[in-house]
Each structure stands twice: as C-alpha cells, then as structure tokens.
Design a protein around this ligand. Structure first.
Ligand code: FNR
Length: 383
C-alpha cells in the first residue's frame, strides 16, 4: 500500500531498470549535499498553538501572480520520459489536474510543443544556456510561441556535476543493453515493453542536433558538457531579460550576494536550490540557506525552496521560513515511474494532505499566514 513518498520510491525502484533508477537517485561526489537536503529539515522543529479552530485549513498560495491550489510545483527533470512513455506530458497533465505548475526541462524527451499541447497546466520552461546562442534563442522563442508562462534559468550547471553511479553504469541515450546490465533489463521487461510505446528515447528538443542521432549511444554528461556554456554570466541574464517578456526565474541560488544581484536585474523569483545535490557537493542543505536568501531578497522577488522535500511538514517549514512555494523533483518522478499520471497525482496528494494535517496540528490553519514563529530552530537536545 502506498501512503508516503517513500512508498512511491520503493515502487519506482522495483519498476525501473537499475541504470534508470540510479540516474534519478544520482547525487554528485560523496552525496553530502543530497543528504543535507533531508537532514536540514531536522533542525527545524515546530512551535504549535493549541485550541485554535482548524476546521478549515487553507494551503493555497499565489506564485508569480497566479493562484496555486497547492504550494508544491513540479521542477524540471531531464529525461523524465525514460520513466514512462510521454512522461513529461503525463506529469504536466497531473500538475494541471492538481492546479499547479509543471516545469519542463530543456533536456526533456518530450518536446516543448508536445508538452504544451498535452497539458493546460501553467507551464514553465527551464533553460540551459548553450554555447551556440542561436540554439538558446531558438529555445526561448519556441517557449514563448508554445505559451510557457515563465522562463526558469538554471544557474548551477556551468559544467555537469560528477554523478559517479551514472559513469559506472555507462548511462547512455538511448539506454543500452550491455553485458553488465542484461540480467537487470530482463527482470524489467515491463519497462522495456512500456517504453517501446515512447516516441523517442533521446532529448526531444534537439532531435536534429548533429551530435545527437536516434541510434547513437551518447554519454549524457559528455553531450551536455560539450553543449552547455561554462562562460555564462549575469550578462546573459540581462540578455535573457531583454528577449523574454514574461516572468524570469533563476534556479540554483544559494547565497545572499547572488540573490541580491538577481533582484537588481529584475528577476521575479529565485529558487533556492542545489540541484537536488547533483551538482556542487558540500553545499549546505537547501533549507539551511533559505533564511539567508529570504533576508537578502527583502520581499522584492518571490523565493521558492527546492531540494529534499519528502513530507508535507517540510513544505510547512520552508513556507514558515519565507518560501512562497516548494519545488519537487524526485518525489514526482517516483510517482511517474510507479504509476504514470496517476502516480504523479498521488505524489502531490500525499504531500498536500500531509501539509493540511501539519497545519491543523500546528494550530496555524492558513499556510499563507505562517511565519518564523511557527518554528524552533536548532534544538540539539532532541536530536
Ligand atoms: C534534475 N534536476 C534538474 N534541474 C534542472 O534545472 N534541469 C534539469 O534538467 C534537471 N534534471 C534533473 C533530473 C533528475 C533525474 C533529477 C532528480 C533532478 C534538479 C531538479 O530540478 C531539482 O532541483 C531537484 O530534483 C530537487 O531535489 P529533490 O526534490 O529531487 O530532492
């Protein structure tokens, strides 16, 4: 029976070949930051109020001027279409059915246009800056034409992080059957069968790219390292600001200086994120740097917390610390692998019902009115 995000994770693990599950779980180097994203929440304990009328709990919020039915939005995850055929479309539909945002990664399997056509959800497009600026510009223009509401520039991948498990597994696109994984693939024929219905098994937005053909087994890190521009700077943010008229969001902010610079360039929202611990290892947990960023921004942009959310109580803590909403990656991917669109919906339902219960027990029925008085920080005696 599935009652928690961890149950969904177990189900995903059973249904996916090892190389694909490892890709989802993947963390950089020693996995310190990936673990810190979870451990960080343990430092924040609640200060509950008793005898408050909590018969009507309200967890809704607004983000970039739009009302969200839940404070959880779906983050950009490359290759989600490897977990289920048309995975990005399914996740976008699930987000729409739960009244929230789906963010499409540049490195998705479904194309920008396919996902926009499939889902009425408020869609955001996540951008990586390519060395060839005409490719970058074309992506921005396609996102605009397809009706994406916000552009989310990820700023923590000047080069790819060191995901050693993917290297050991020889993770390629399309996934390859090799001597080392043939038994594992045979144990997951259900996945092989399901994926045979997928329109493709490579980066959909670049099917025509010369170094990416349908039949080629391309080392994912090698490909992205050869295409992403390590010389990206704040000048490029200014450039994007000038060619993108909608809201601009920066994902991967982890300190006050960068938060202030983002605000000074008119960015509408910043996402406090360490890429789920997949990039620079030994960054602190995302929740640990949230207060620094919230204080630096001083309300001039919205702040979103991303990384390590596995419980509704995590969301409540982040909102109490000043986040407007939380972004999730792996939790909805587990749902997608476990049961397609219904699984993504279940992941959102689990987290949202946990938020409601937490708010009620906390004696703070309105999520939007939470503040730091709902928390105690650093209470080592109980840890
Ligand atoms: C990611 N993430 C990510 N971020 C991004 O900006 N562009 C991308 O293409 C990807 N791809 C990607 C693939 C997979 C498999 C994962 C797990 C993550 C990072 C993602 O948006 C988010 O920051 C983290 O997943 C948040 O941490 P949690 O929720 O997974 O703990």
């Amino acid at each position: 029976m599935i009652v928690s995000i961890d149950d969904l994770r177990q189900r995903a693990r059973r249904r996916l070949p090892r190389t694909v599950f490892d890709y989802v779980e993947g963390a950089a180097d020693d996995g310190f930051t990936s673990g810190a994203n979870r451990r960080g929440f343990d430092r924040y304990l609640f200060r509950a109020r008793a005898l408050v009328d909590v018969s009507a709990v309200d967890h809704s919020t607004t983000l970039l001027g739009e009302k969200l039915a839940t404070p959880i939005i779906l983050g950009p995850t490359g290759l989600a279409g490897l977990l289920a055929p048309r995975g990005e479309e399914l996740a976008a539909k699930a987000a729409a059915s739960r009244g929230t945002v789906f963010t499409l990664s540049t490195m998705s399997i479904g194309t920008l246009e396919e996902v926009a056509a499939a889902a009425p959800s408020p869609l955001w497009f996540q951008l990586y800056v390519w060395k060839d600026r005409s490719v970058t510009r074309a992506l921005v223009e396609r996102a605009k034409a397809a009706g994406y509401r916000a552009l989310c520039l990820t700023v923590d991948v000047p080069v790819m992080g060191n995901r050693e498990q993917d290297r050991r597994n020889g993770f390629t696109l399309p996934p390859r059957v090799q001597f080392s994984n043939v038994m594992d693939v045979l144990r997951h024929l259900g996945w092989v069968l399901r994926m045979s219905k997928s329109p493709r098994a490579t980066f959909g937005n670049f099917v025509d790219h010369p170094s990416l053909t349908r039949t080629d087994a391309v080392g994912v890190a090698r490909f992205t390292n050869s295409q992403f521009d390590p010389s990206v700077t704040w000048k490029d943010v200014e450039w994007l600001r000038s060619i993108w008229t909608g809201p601009l969001v920066l994902k991967g902010i982890t300190c006050a200086e960068d938060a202030r610079q983002a605000v000074s360039l008119g960015v509408e929202a910043v996402i406090v994120s360490n890429h789920g611990g997949r990039q620079l290892d030994f960054l602190p947990g995302a929740i640990d740097v949230l207060p620094e960023v919230v204080d630096a921004v001083e309300g001039r942009a919205e702040v979103i917390l991303d990384g390590g959310i596995r419980r509704g109580s995590d969301v409540v803590k982040a909102v109490a610390m000043g986040a407007r909403a939380c972004m999730v990656g792996r939790p909805f991917l587990y749902g997608l692998a476990a049961d397609g669109q219904a699984g993504v919906e279940l992941s959102l339902d689990i987290l949202t019902s946990e938020i409601d219960r937490t708010l009620a027990l906390l004696g703070r029925p309105r999520l939007r009115e939470l503040d730091r008085s709902a928390l105690r920080v650093d209470t080592p005696a109980t840890l």
